[in-house]
Design a protein around this ligand. Structure first.
Ligand SMILES: Cc1ncc(C[n+]2csc(CCOP(=O)(O)OP(=O)(O)O)c2C)c(N)n1
Ligand SMILES: [Mg+2]
Length: 552
């Protein structure tokens, strides 16, 4: 008879959950031991829980099925919380397994005792369960797996007490296949078709699963046939883009620019997306970004089949056979001279291999990435869904494990990279085909902009130093080499291009440190708040042209 952990392992892999990102402790030792009882389970060690949870997130975004995590009690879960938060916002499925003290041990309030369920509820509102017996453990696990991959995907937390894990008499349980999602009902489709035909200016706002090829193609048919604009949510979980795919305009991060994009529309139709709101509140500025004169309609919720819903809408509009407009193939030229963030993005667009998984956590250094990669060969783009930085490097681990044949390119800010820099060690250990590009601008640059935007008028040296990474300066190539990753520091575009060519042609992980000035500094940074404030008073066409220039 297997013990609880062995039966749990079988339940997981039988349900297709065959990768586990771990950072274990004593309470998880029976789970760790059970890994060898199940050859189908791949176990990947992360040296910080934020790496394990972010890897599980990146894995599920690319594999379209959950991985498991293995975390150590409430404290380990707490360390992993930021990336579970990003997964929750991206509706990404994760089976989040958290070890706990033996059930009879909790009464003694030992050193690591804490309220795990309370920590978990923040990122796992739909499913938190503490297993209470070995006999029922796998039923709990099956429920967790079903919840994780439910409609929509979510983080499902299963708390695993040590004695439940080591107890004899575990019984593996089969998990039923994921039920098909329903499409939008006919009345909704007809009402929205009527709205589209009404003659007003209409936009579709696509999010979640609607940013994958089948839904995008259907939306693009509607767009061509009916003159409808296509927007994508600001931070997609996974966006399929590039040459041969439909073009969608992402809603801008800066609320002022998003307002420019949405001005003039009479109807906004949501497809697995939320009506746009400002990332933060700013004194005197609106939080809700949809203009008062624009009405919002929902074609499909995250719990519905977006492709089928768009197909129904296309049929209702006679658009299902329209030729969608697709992005043509075009690449920027090879950049030259002193390196800048813009030239890094240009080099990426110049060299991007087909089917690359691009992870954008470059913050201010990635502003030109969408423009320079728009016509590159088709690729997937993963973005920072929940705004909690430190997602990108861990995501790259998971994406590379989910798709071992595809190159993974992670573009990461220097400040951001330091949250989960240990991810590099796991990349080296697992020999993953990941190229990490770190933009070393020695600054939390974006926060300098935010400082001005929130209207903080007295900015002294103590405030400035909270946003400055220059003392001591970090040498990322050396940091990476210290963790076993092939790495190089580059200061010119020529060096960078050579390094990227080498990284893309050579298996295993690479890191390229790009020494760059801040993208928005000096006069540009000082003018920005003024420019943003003046946008509402400019003619819409001028405002739109400015938006395209600032955030293409
Ligand atoms: C978990 C978490 N902590 C802090 C922040 C606040 N924050 C947002 S961006 C940022 C700095 C990013 O710096 P960097 O990666 O160097 O990008 P840059 O601004 O220089 O382009 C910080 C600290 C956050 N978003 N998430
Ligand atoms: Mg920086």
């Amino acid at each position: 008879m297997p013990n609880g952990a062995q039966a749990l392992m079988k339940t997981l892999v039988d349900a297709g959950v065959d990768v586990c990102f771990t950072n274990p402790g004593t309470s998880e030792m029976h789970f760790v031991a059970a890994l060898d009882s199940e050859p189908r389970m791949r176990a990947v060690l992360a040296l910080f829980e934020g790496v394990a949870t972010g890897a599980a997130d990146g894995y599920a975004r690319m594999a379209d099925k959950p991985a498991a995590t293995l975390l150590h009690l409430g404290c380990g879960l707490g360390n992993g919380l930021a990336n579970l938060h990003n997964a929750r916002k991206g509706k990404v499925p994760i089976v989040n397994i958290v070890g706990d003290h033996a059930t009879y041990h909790t009464q003694f309030d030992a050193q690591l005792q804490s309220d795990i369920e309370t920590v978990a509820r923040n990122v796992s509102p739909g499913f938190v369960r503490t297993a209470t017996s070995t006999a029922t453990l796998c039923t709990d696990a099956a429920d967790a797996i079903a919840a994780a991959r439910g409609a929509p995907g979510q983080v499902a937390t299963l708390i695993l007490p040590a004695d439940v894990s080591w107890g004899e008499g575990g019984v593996a349980v089969a998990v039923p296949p994921r039920p098909a999602l329903p499409p939008a009902d006919d009345a909704t489709v007809q009402a929205i078709a009527q709205t589209v035909r009404s003659g007003g200016k209409v936009a579709l706002l696509l999010g979640g699963s609607a940013l994958r090829e089948p839904a995008l193609l259907m939306a693009a048919r509607i767009a061509t046939h009916c003159g409808v604009k296509l927007f994508a949510e600001v931070f997609p979980t996974r966006l399929e883009r590039g040459a041969g795919l439909p073009v969608v305009e992402r809603i801008a991060y800066l609320a002022e620019l998003a307002t420019v994009q949405l001005t003039g529309f009479d109807h906004l139709i949501l497809v697995d997306a939320k009506a746009p709101v400002s990332f933060f509140a700013y004194p005197g500025k609106p939080s809700y970004l949809v203009p008062d004169s624009c009405s919002v309609h929902t074609l499909a919720t995250p719990a519905q089949d977006t492709t089928a819903s768009l197909l129904s809408l296309a049929r209702a509009l006679g658009a299902e056979r329209a030729q969608p407009v697709l992005q043509g193939s075009e690449r920027p030229t090879r950049p030259r001279g002193k390196l800048s963030a813009e030239k890094v993005c240009k080099a990426v667009g110049h060299l991007l291999p087909a089917n690359t998984i691009v992870i954008d956590e470059a913050i201010t250094s990635g502003l030109m990435l969408p423009r320079f990669t728009a016509g590159s060969p088709r690729h997937d783009l993963i973005t920072l869904t929940g705004g909690a930085i430190g997602q990108g490097l861990p995501n790259a681990i998971g994406a590379a494990i989910a798709c071992p044949q595809r190159p993974v390119l992670a573009l990461i800010g220097d400040g951001t990279s330091m949250y989960t820099i240990q991810a590099l060690w796991t990349m080296a250990r697992e020999k993953l085909n990941v190229t990490s590009i770190i933009f070393n601008n020695a600054s939390y640059s974006v926060l300098n902009i935010e400082l001005e935007r929130v209207g903080a008028d007295e900015v002294g040296p103590k405030a400035r130093s909270q946003l400055d990474l220059n003392g001591p300066a970090i040498h990322f190539a050396q940091v990476a080499q210290g963790m076993g990753v092939d790495a190089v520091r580059t200061s010119t575009a020529e060096e960078f291009v050579r390094a990227l060519e080498h990284a893309l042609a050579t298996p295993g992980p690479h890191l390229i440190e790009a020494m760059v000035p801040q993208s928005l500094s000096g006069i540009k940074r000082r003018v920005l708040p003024w420019l943003l404030r003046s946008l509402p008073s400019l003619p819409p066409s001028v405002a739109r042209a400015l938006k395209r220039k600032m955030a293409p």
